[in-house]
Design a protein. Structure first.
Length: 300
């Protein structure tokens, strides 16, 4: 992707080209300059975005900035002060896959540690017109790569991931300029593939999860943390207060995760089963697996 940004300044009735410079040439860095700039004005990255963390720790590294949009999607933001390389996409996907497993409580803790507000308070402050009760918190993850140029193959990779697998990735390109008086300017351009249509599989997920919730409730299980869980539901443990279970659908197979104090400790996936509709046989197998995990954890 080749993008050239030129800026002219009007001075004494004439346009004067503002010469290009770079963060590196001005001894500017990501953590001490670019991060706090964008943290203070997330609108540069995109509209409808609330920042809830900076240098957020994951199991494999630290996310430069973590945000949530008005739909409740988490937004992983990676910054580069020069070119965005192809490897950046692997790094961001790694972080996104980690954040996908975060519970609402863990997002709450992250938001509170960052700005003293719960995730609900942060979103209400950023988007006062939005009804938090209808937000699907962390049901999807978005990736935003920010830099000053981009490797050409990265555009092809982003389009392929977006069109084939519905991965939401945006690239924001910036240009850093200084006027004759030393005023600093940050100019934005962006590349974003067309929003992929909602696949039939994703549509089936909603009905499937609804059937699972109703089946578990009829079976005597208590569901907690439903709010924002359009593709999954939390199941309260019956044997230990610090245990919980998150049942969800990942693309075309169901998965059950076990948590202790919001930290994932196990996972079981029915990876060979394609979802068409919910059956009692599947529900019975799900209950059997929950009880099996409860029994093992209770004896540890």
């Amino acid at each position: 992707m080749s993008t050239v940004i030129k800026v002219w300044q009007l001075k004494d009735g004439k346009l004067r080209l503002v010469p290009d410079t770079s963060l590196t040439g001005e001894n500017r860095t990501e953590p001490y300059d670019l991060e706090p700039w964008l943290e203070s004005e997330p609108g540069v990255i995109g509209t409808d975005l609330a920042i809830i963390g900076r240098q957020v720790k994951t199991s494999t590294g630290e996310i430069d900035l973590l945000g949530v949009d008005k739909s409740g999607n988490t937004v992983i933001i990676e910054l580069k002060r020069e070119m965005v390389p192809r490897l950046a996409i692997a790094q961001a996907i790694d972080y996104a896959s980690d954040i996908a497993g975060w519970s609402p409580d863990k997002l709450n803790e992250q938001s509170s540690a960052y700005n003293g507000k719960t995730i609900e308070e942060a979103l209400n402050a950023a988007f006062p017109e939005t009804d938090f009760e209808n937000i699907n918190l962390n049901s999807r993850q978005r990736i935003v790569l920010v830099g000053f140029s981009i490797e050409e193959p990265l555009k092809r990779m982003i389009e392929w991931l977006s069109n084939r697998f519905s991965v939401n990735i945006n690239v924001v390109l910036l240009s850093y300029l200084k006027t004759e008086k030393g005023e600093e300017l940050l100019v934005r351009a962006s590349f974003q593939p067309d929003e992929p249509p909602i696949s039939p599989v994703r549509e089936r997920m909603k009905g499937f999860i609804k059937d699972v919730k109703e089946f578990l409730i009829r079976a005597g299980f208590k569901i907690s943390g439903e709010r924002g869980m359009i593709y999954g539901c939390y199941i309260r443990s019956e044997v230990a207060d610090d245990l919980s279970y998150y049942f969800f659908v990942n693309w075309d197979y169901p998965c059950l995760r076990q948590y202790r104090r919001d930290e994932q400790i196990s996972e079981f996936a029915w990876r060979t089963e394609t979802i068409t509709n919910f059956t009692k046989e599947f529900g019975d197998k799900l209950i059997e697996k929950i009880k099996e995990l409860q029994s093992v954890s209770h004896t540890e």
